[in-house]
Design a protein around this ligand. Structure first.
Ligand SMILES: [Zn+2]
Length: 429
């Protein structure tokens, strides 16, 4: 057994206490062996002056959209998608998706992210990029059936399910999969029900967008006479293994349905603010017992993949939404970005305890904007930036050491992504 000791730092424990301790990792099993005072370990990773925390989870993104970062801004969701994003995405090749995903992986590893959920196209190439980068991911081919004939609509659903079946467990088990219908308004109901039933039989969970804007809620209420999540529940879309992105416009009854079914919500505060989608009732969802995770959404609506930004936005927007400064406190924000995300995605990560996945972010607190330290958790929510992460470890393997990436060639990836993004913008023009 090869072991690595993350030594000399303070450790954020699952109860949000912080104590001076080392963390011993089994690098072969990819698990945390022990937390405490020790001198074991074949190798050590220096964490002096640092806080060792669970790796962050970006529970909803479209990784390759890094190529469209800053491509179109300052528009509401519908016109932004229809006038800018979808026409550009229609031009995407597998090589573009690979380049954009690798850029996203560079950015996420540099910000302490060890797991993410992706919903996009060309997912086999995303799976290969994840395998090489060394992170963990829950991947799904996003299905849209509006504007497609019956055969094309069916084929898109089939592709999503086929990918989910084939790639679950890929990259030594670091890749898990989902059936990923884009949303309740962009996929035909009959196909949604049919393929969800097939996904259940195959043991494949669901990841979809829901209740993101009022404009997405109203047509469902008009057509079905019920709220979107009551409708989704009727179609069999909400189980304890599933997670939905956004959940901005949800009423109390829908929150109760989510709590009862155990379906997780991925809150994307920056995207919701930028597209003026609204304020998700995060405090109410948490009080009702709903698992809430955090996501950046795609880089085109954020415009970065820094989950520490998301943490701060979640705490601050949660207070505005509840009209209460005590709502979504620092601890809740940190929980959503770690254990909440891991629970939503079905990974045994997000907590530093023996037996959990060895997924860690080591944050350097020895900097001016984190001085003094009255409360480590407060800093994680309100003052830490992604660039404060010194080391990133996933599955017991060091992916970034002293800000240097170990598995990816950052310079080459940035250059290729910039070239491909310029080509893509020209083709889409
Ligand atoms: Zn999204």
């Amino acid at each position: 057994m090869n072991t690595l000791r993350v030594a000399g730092g303070r450790v954020l424990r699952p109860d949000f206490s912080v104590a001076r301790a080392d963390v011993l990792l089994d690098q072969d099993a990819g698990e945390i062996l022990d937390v405490g005072d020790m001198d074991a370990g074949d190798e050590t990773l220096d964490a002096a002056g640092c806080l060792v925390m669970p790796g962050l989870v970006n529970a909803h993104t479209h990784a390759a959209m890094t190529l469209l970062r800053g491509y179109a801004d300052d528009k509401p969701l519908e016109s932004w998608l229809q006038e800018d994003i979808w026409p550009a995405e229609a031009e995407l090749t597998a090589e573009d998706v690979r380049a954009g995903t690798e850029l996203a992986l560079v950015e996420m590893i540099r910000g302490g992210v060890t797991a993410f959920a992706d919903m996009y196209f060309e997912e086999p190439t995303v799976a290969d990029a994840v395998a090489e980068a060394g992170v963990r991911a829950r991947l799904g081919h996003g299905v849209v059936t509006v504007g497609k004939d019956d055969d094309a609509a069916r084929a898109d659903n089939e592709e999503s399910l086929a990918f989910a079946r084939e790639y679950d467990g890929y990259a030594d088990g670091r890749v898990k999969t989902v059936y990923a219908p884009h949303s309740l308004t962009t996929v035909d109901d009959d196909l949604l029900a049919e393929f969800t039933a097939e996904a259940r039989e195959a043991g494949v969970p669901l990841h979809f967008h829901a209740n993101e804007t009022q404009g997405e809620v109203d047509p469902i209420v008009d057509a079905e006479g019920e709220r979107p999540l009551a409708h989704a529940d009727g179609l069999g879309l909400l189980t304890g293994d599933d997670f939905l992105a956004h959940g901005v416009h949800v009423d109390d009854e829908e929150i109760d349905i989510l709590a009862e079914r155990g379906t997780a919500v991925v809150h994307c505060p920056a995207s919701n603010m930028k597209l003026a989608s609204g304020m998700a009732p995060v405090q109410r969802m948490r009080e009702a017992g709903v698992t809430v995770a955090l996501g950046t959404d795609g880089a085109a609506s954020n415009n970065d993949l820094d989950v520490f930004d998301e943490l701060r936005d979640a705490a601050m927007l949660g207070k505005l939404a509840a009209d209460d400064a005590a709502a979504v406190p620092a601890e809740a924000a940190v929980e959503m970005a770690t254990a909440g995300g891991a629970d939503a995605l079905g990974f045994d990560s997000g907590r530093i305890e023996a037996g959990a996945n060895a997924d860690l972010a080591v944050v350097d607190f020895d900097v001016p904007h984190l001085t003094p330290v009255h409360d480590h958790v407060s800093h994680l929510a309100y003052a830490v930036r992604g660039s404060d992460v010194r080391h990133t470890v996933c599955d017991g393997r060091v992916l970034m050491e002293d800000r240097d990436l170990v598995t990816l060639d950052e310079g080459e990836i940035r250059g290729r992504a910039a070239d491909r993004a310029a080509d893509l913008a020209e083709r889409a023009d």
